[in-house]
Design a protein around this ligand. Structure first.
Ligand SMILES: NC(=O)C[C@H](N)C(=O)O
Length: 475
């Protein structure tokens, strides 16, 4: 079996052999892997595949393996958010997206490594250790869904799910040279996604091609009453797979090409925009003046929400418990001993931002900035169909390079956090390289206009070869 299969390749191989053989060969690849992309594999994967072969399970993804980020609840399969505090936690229920995938016949092959509680841009804060970037084992795969991107880039799963709070799907997709979509806020149910910052995050797919992104979205997208922010706005993702961008109006925001953007990254993105022009689209500059405040607002809001969401991990209900003479001592010891450094930093900063006397100064200010950022997008979409920018300002950095200086790591999120503040959809597609490392083109759309995003991304793929680049075998 060849590596780096698309969903249609997998289906062809299943037809010629069996779903069981396909699943078994992926499990074998995972077993031999040297990138530390998975936190565990699923014991039930082969059973599901056998059921597909017997015709007991059918659906659009019948027999197709999918890797799942470790913060998405999977019934009977450990879900730890790559944190010691959830060691041994096995959810008694499936997240909405998992229910949908199972009903579509997909084979949940395993859980993927991530930054602890999705807090990071490198997967280095995982309690399981970093995942290696398949393009260069000395570099990070991006984060926080680093495992989900790396296993697709390494050919260890055809597709995967990540979650994106401030770039967590798009950043690793860009760093690993795969496609990653963050849907409109409310397009995919968050039921069963362990919350980090719930007003910002969405579950999104990763794959080697746009076609597969659309196929997964058709399964996981749509309304779910169990998530109060789910919106009933059904999109036909696969119908948007049309190779035609004639007349498409592209806005290019200057603010996304600012200080610190790597020159080869910038060139790859401009080359992509020139390609769109050649394909019949037009482009113009657009100003998004509040972009410069987005990063500070994002981190204030994300940390505030995290400090509240993570209060539930206190040793009472799940995970390990430290000894203590009363509940308070037990809970604080459990938290101090089992949350990692980055998570503790964010809980402290978030608690501070929400505390009496500071709330107006930080949290409420950040919410006001959030409104301004949203207005920038509204104005831009009055004149343009999509916006384009580099997903990340630089290619994958070295493991350890930004560990001691968390601010320098936060700064790498400049181009991805505004979309989470605004709730708009965006996709990262491979568009070239910088020093042999993949570069991602970020295409941003208006609320619930995933169809235009998919059409733009698909057309690019049909007219270029960037998405076919694969990491060499790195020793
Ligand atoms: N979760 C994310 O989307 C990643 C972002 N870098 C953060 O740490 O918040």
């Amino acid at each position: 079996m060849t590596k780096w299969l698309s969903i249609s390749d997998v289906k062809e191989i299943i037809a010629a052999t069996s779903a069981e053989e396909v699943t078994a060969s992926y499990l074998e690849l995972i077993e031999k892997s040297s990138i530390n992309g998975y936190t565990c594999t699923s014991d039930g994967a082969l059973d599901t595949a056998k059921m597909v072969d017997k015709g007991e399970v059918a659906g659009p993804l019948a027999g197709v393996p999918i890797a799942i980020k470790d913060n998405i609840s999977t019934k009977g399969l450990a879900t730890t958010c790559s944190s010691k505090i959830l060691e041994g936690y096995v959810p008694p229920y499936d997240a909405h997206v998992i229910e949908r995938l199972k009903a579509a016949g997909a084979v949940i092959i395993g859980k993927t490594n991530m930054d602890e509680f999705a807090m990071g841009t490198s997967t280095e804060s995982s309690c399981y250790g970093v995942t290696l970037n398949p393009w260069d084992h000395e570099r990070v795969p991006g984060g926080s869904s680093g495992g989900s991107a790396a296993v697709v880039a390494a050919g260890e799963s055809p597709i995967s799910l990540g979650s994106d709070t401030g770039g967590s799907v798009r950043c690793p997709a860009a760093f690993c040279g795969v496609v990653g979509l963050k849907p409109t806020y409310g397009a995919v149910s968050r039921y069963g996604l362990i919350s980090y910052a719930n007003s910002l995050e969405q579950i999104g797919p990763m794959a080697t091609c746009v076609e597969d992104i659309a196929a997964v979205m058709d399964v996981i997208g749509g309304y779910d009453a169990r998530d109060s922010t789910s919106i009933d706005n059904k999109i036909d993702y696969q119908a948007a797979l049309v190779d035609d961008v004639k007349g498409l109006k592209i806005g290019v925001p200057d603010e996304y090409f600012g200080e610190g953007v790597d020159s080869s990254t910038e060139k790859a993105v401009w080359d992509a925009i020139a390609k769109y022009e050649e394909m019949g689209a037009s482009w113009g500059k657009v100003s998004m003046p509040n972009t410069k405040y987005a990063l500070a607002a994002y981190y204030t809001i994300a940390m505030s929400e995290a400090s509240s969401n993570l209060a539930r991990f206190d040793g009472t209900r799940y995970g390990p418990r430290s000894e203590g003479e009363n509940w308070h001592v037990m809970a604080s010891r459990t938290r101090a001993e089992n949350f990692g450094k980055e998570v503790q930093r964010r809980i402290l900063l978030g608690t501070y931002a929400l505390s009496a006397g500071y709330q107006d100064k930080y949290y409420l200010k950040a919410l006001q900035v959030r409104t301004l950022v949203k207005q920038d997008f509204e104005k831009a979409f009055a004149n343009f169909d999509v916006l384009m920018a580099p997903t990340m300002p630089l290619p994958a950095f070295k493991i350890g390079e930004k560990v001691e200086d968390p601010l320098s790591q936060y700064l790498t999120d400049v181009n991805t956090v505004p979309m989470n503040l605004a709730g708009v959809p965006c996709i990262s597609v491979p568009c070239g390289s910088s020093d042999g490392l993949p570069v991602g083109l970020q295409i941003i759309g208006n609320h619930f206009d995933e169809a235009t995003l998919i059409r733009a991304a698909y057309s690019f793929e049909k007219n270029t070869d960037h998405h076919k680049a694969r990491p060499g075998e790195v020793a």
